[in-house]
Design a protein around this ligand. Sequence first.
Ligand SMILES: *[C@@H]1O[C@H](CO)[C@@H](O)[C@H](O)[C@H]1NC(C)=O
Ligand SMILES: *[C@@H]1O[C@H](CO)[C@@H](O)[C@H](O)[C@H]1NC(C)=O
Length: 222
Amino acid sequence: MVTVAAMAGPRKTSSSSKRPALLHLVGAAAIFSLIVFAIQSSLFIGTKKLDTNREEVRILSDFQAHVQQCVANRGLGLHAHIIDHCKLILKFPGSTNSIWYNEQFKIFEPLEYNYDVCEAILLWEQYRNMTTVLTREYLDARPDGWLEYAAKRIAQLGADKCYNRSLCEEHLNIILPAKPPFHPRQFKTCAVVGNSGDLLKMEFGEEIDIHDAVIRDNEAPR
Ligand SMILES: *[C@@H]1O[C@H](CO)[C@@H](O)[C@H](O)[C@H]1NC(C)=O
Ligand SMILES: *[C@@H]1O[C@H](CO)[C@@H](O)[C@H](O)[C@H]1NC(C)=O
């Protein structure tokens, strides 16, 4: 583009009849360069993006496969069905009856759990600086934190939406820390232990103990 413009410079004195033609030529050359430049950059950005995407998909797919293997090994009858690199469904065998009635939501607990790993990672990216456990600070930061999220996550609120925030806060202050209790301490590995009675039949103790942090959900059996 620069070269074309410099060539056009000295010709300014040429006859007026030739001038529009020259201008057209310069214009066409400029547009051509722009198009070439645009194609080049889009190609460059395109391949770079494709490569990153492919790498991300590979990492996510590996992760899904790992989860599937882990669930198959000791999922207590659960199976992990991989839908794509983001979505995964954990299912109990078809013949299973749900007998755990959830008083809060008046439903039997489902026998299928849908997970979207991509969504979880995006959410984590958004909030990672703040906290790693459920805190009041975390609820404040989420747009739907108090109304929806708190109510869904915390059975003690006894409602599916938190319309009266001060009432919800009263309940939550007892069970939720305001800020992450361990910050800025970091743990390399952790074991997350649920509260299924089935855990009493398993022998995960040693495996749980090798982790730096153990997170127990709802007073799980020790
Ligand atoms: C998180 O913290 C890092 C480092 O302090 C900063 O560069 C980044 O922008 C922060 N991200 C968000 C979403 O606040
Ligand atoms: C919300 O809860 C507070 C605290 O329990 C209570 O004093 C107040 O009357 C409630 N507000 C409404 C609109 O129900």
